[in-house]
Design a binder for this molecule. Sequence first.
Ligand code: GLA
Length: 718
Amino acid sequence: MIYFDEQKQVFHLQGNRFSYQMKIVDGVLMHMYWGSRLPSCDGDCLFTLAGEAASFDLPFNRRPREVPTQEKGYFGRRALDIVNSQGDDVLSLRYESHIIFSGKKALAGLPSSYTETEEEAQTLEITLADTFLNIQVVLSYTVFRDLDVLARSMRVINNGPDAVTLKDLQTAVCLPYDQYEAIHLKGGWAKERQAMRTPLPMGHFTIQSRRGASGHENNPFLALVKPETTEFSGEVYAMTHVYSGSFSASADVGMDLAPTMMMGFCPDVFSWQLNPGETFQGPEALLMYTKDGLNGLSALSHPFIRRHICRGYWRDRPRPVLINNWEATYFDFNAEKLYNIAKKGAEIGCELFVIDDGWFGKRNTDNCSLGDWVVNENKVEGGLKKLAERIESLGMMCGLWFEPEMVSPDSDLYRAHPDWCLHVPGRERTQARQQLILDLSRKEVQDYIIESVSAVLRSAPISYVKWDMNRNMTEGFSCVLPPRQKMETQHRYMLGLYRVLGEITARFPRVLFESCSGGGGRFDCGILCFMPQTWTSDDTDAAERVKIQYGTSLLYPCSSMGAHVSAVPNHQTGRSTPFLTRCHVAMGGNFGFELDLNKLSDEDLQCAKEAVAMVKELRGTMQQGTYARLSNPMTNGGSAAWQFTDQERIIVCIYHHQAAANQPPQSIRLTGLEEDAVYHDEAHNLTCSGAALMGMGLPLPYMRGDFKTLLYCFRKIS
Ligand code: GLA
């Protein structure tokens, strides 16, 4: 998988269907190629160095370096920016050595992709050095045997006598000169990850978060595609990273018009003092290339995230059908009310009851008690253990909501430790949702969270945790860091959070953790390393959810998306959609309910019961199968279709947004079937070849009324 051609001085990282090549030229590590698989490195003779002809700019500046830095006047965005003790930021990195080994190492302090055995991957580490400053940079590249995802990271070692300051650290890769369009996931609270496509400007294109979390507004995902790329074909270069904090994803189109794609820290909110003898580990970026369009991208990223990012007991297990009380009760509940919702859930086959916000401290509204993780026995009469045991006696697991990174000013924790929150002494501590953020860069704060959450999890049979985080950083500074290091707070916070999550998930390995941040405000591969699923959005309106889940699915697998059926009129939009539609949309992720089943009509309750049975039957395919988008709601007036495929069956879900009179005949063409095989759908009594399903497609019947859905389930019969 990884080769070094000594004579040509070329590194060749070769996947099943991609190649990535670098070449050492006069000691400088150049980027040579990233794209479809090459049989060898003989393309070396085609590698031209732009700007060799006479030009205003030095030839050196125009060569695609693997790690562009400030050297000889490089004017593009740099991958690594270090201000040294002399106050300048010149950095001349030259090849020093390399090693190739089986498997993959973990990154110190940060989550990263992993393998279970050494045979699954090969890793190349290249050491570059600036001998003037005595700084080493170790670049790490892992090629996985089963899936064409390249994992890259960089660590910086200061062997010099003086401290230096890291100002920026990006994983950069230069793409071939061509026309591109950028695809990214834009959003906000309750409208996360709307897939946007825009021509790449001839300049600098950046999406970023300064929020101290990956955030609702942008997602750490960027794809550059050719204008002709569709869901089904065409080239895609995509990047994400395994990090949950502020980030920057960019494409820098320089004077030679070849974009340099980058993913890394957001330099506005990052800085790091690297003392003599210390090492700084940067986050891991995941690079994906395919010629098979956007579905081809998802066919790489979904199984990769399922197998090489998510981990632990629940990784491959069927995710439980849950019922959560948030939209059913908000803060207005007692033990009996919760039990009755759970009981009805058990009657229709739900497997997990989640007690959401409001069970602790004196919390009856969102203005208090975060940090006081002690059950409120006035509401949960008899305590948590008793309620959890009663729920278990219904044959269900019991889950619990926490928001451990936060503190309410009206809490015992805040009264005891007013300096434990992020703040700037002397300035107002800006509250959002009437709460402040704990300073997770501090060990004593991390330990408090670990111990207080552990104590609750030990006190009762809790099998699931919803780990929420409901605001972003404003005065995001630690009061204990010296002035020169204040700007390190955001990254130190992330390191602290990862320590806390690593410790708690190791203590409770059988607990299923679901992350949440006001819905999907922290949906990224960093958090998925600890919690295999994320609450996709607070917007539970089926019509809007289609777009959110569609965009999210570009990168993230359905098994990572929580999706619940809620009441109508919908609490976020006031819209009413049919019950079956809400079920079909929620089947696009980890299925659950977010309503009081006791309030449903007999007809809807029956529908809910049938949906649960169907999810249990089909979830193997929906959670582990190959997922393909067939019709895009962003360009089809809100209507969408998607398909799940495995050895056993093909499931197709079609969401029809708005009815119209005199609709033209439409059909949905399936994908990835065997042309000659015959497929049968019992419910609709259809039997035909894969070729016909892919060529002619499923005809859409005339649908009266808005927000109607259809679900097909085909089996191969010959
Ligand atoms: C956030 C979550 C919701 C719910 C509330 C509770 O908004 O996204 O699902 O848990 O917090 O306060």
